[in-house]
Design a protein around this ligand. Structure first.
Ligand SMILES: [Zn+2]
Length: 256
């Protein structure tokens, strides 16, 4: 099982991966708070050729489900651009949050927008890499917070080969899903888990808050986290506070 962490994109990620002794890492390809188009990465060739696996996390403001054209259209464009940049790095996927709607909007339209994202791109030969849809923690109108919404989302996108799933343990916990047996329940719906974001939570169960903690220092029993990683049988990425990552890696390696 490959275990790694999200690394800062402004340094040489391979050097950081080497320092941590990890064989998979996650990075951004552009400023995650902005709409800026990804620039060529000076380390691209080295990352592509390295035996270390890489996955890309898309920028945070992307919301492909949105019923607002002025948000959805740039979101679609950014997904295409960032998937191309991910392919340039030899990444195995681009993580995209499920997104959400606003009060009073029809969730069916949000799920339909997810379907359109894949449908449109399928006509153009698909995305540069698979799109790994990540569950999120908060909000009443999220597309991928609860198993119920993930079920509806998968009805919309499940027949696209390039639609994958990223399970974030902090988000599931804060979103109100019990982690015990969750991998099995998710796989019953999606048939796949392509990536695990293994994070503890600084907040209570079902808090709706997205604040990650190191494995041994949040509200989730770390043994339950290790069990999720084991059951998912997919690459594991830590998105925990950087200072605690070496200890998180050590805990996971011994638990697995
Ligand atoms: Zn995550």
């Amino acid at each position: 099982m490959r275990i790694g962490a999200h690394l800062r994109e402004d340094a040489d990620p391979l050097a950081s991966a080497d320092e941590l002794g990890i064989d998979v890492f996650q990075m951004f390809v552009t400023d995650p708070q902005k709409w800026t188009k990804p620039k060529p990465n000076p380390h691209a060739a080295a990352i592509r050729e390295s035996p270390v696996d890489v996955v890309v996390h898309s920028s945070y403001q992307i919301n492909v489900a949105s019923l607002n054209n002025r948000l959805r259209m740039p979101s679609r464009k950014a997904v295409v651009e960032q998937a191309d940049a991910a392919a340039e790095l030899g990444a195995f996927g681009l993580v995209v949050h499920g997104g959400h709607l606003r009060d009073g909007e029809d969730s069916a339209e949000g799920f339909a927008n997810w379907r359109k994202l894949f449908d449109r791109q399928a006509d153009k030969g698909g995305f540069g890499v698979p799109i790994l849809i990540e569950n999120t923690a908060g909000g009443d109108h999220a597309m991928a917070r609860t198993l119920e919404s993930i079920d509806r989302l998968w009805e919309a996108v499940g027949d696209f080969e390039q639609a994958g799933f990223c399970l974030d343990t902090c988000h599931a916990w804060a979103g109100g899903e019990d982690l015990v047996g969750l991998v099995e329940r998710v796989k019953e719906i999606t048939g796949r888990i392509d990536l695990v974001h293994l994070n503890n939570s600084r907040d209570e169960f079902d808090s709706g808050r997205d604040r990650h903690a190191n494995l041994a220092s949040g509200h989730i029993d770390p043994e339950v986290l290790a069990a999720v990683a084991k059951a998912a049988d997919a690459p594991v990425i830590l998105e925990t506070p950087a200072e605690g990552i070496p200890a998180d890696l050590e805990y996971l390696r011994s638990a697995l």
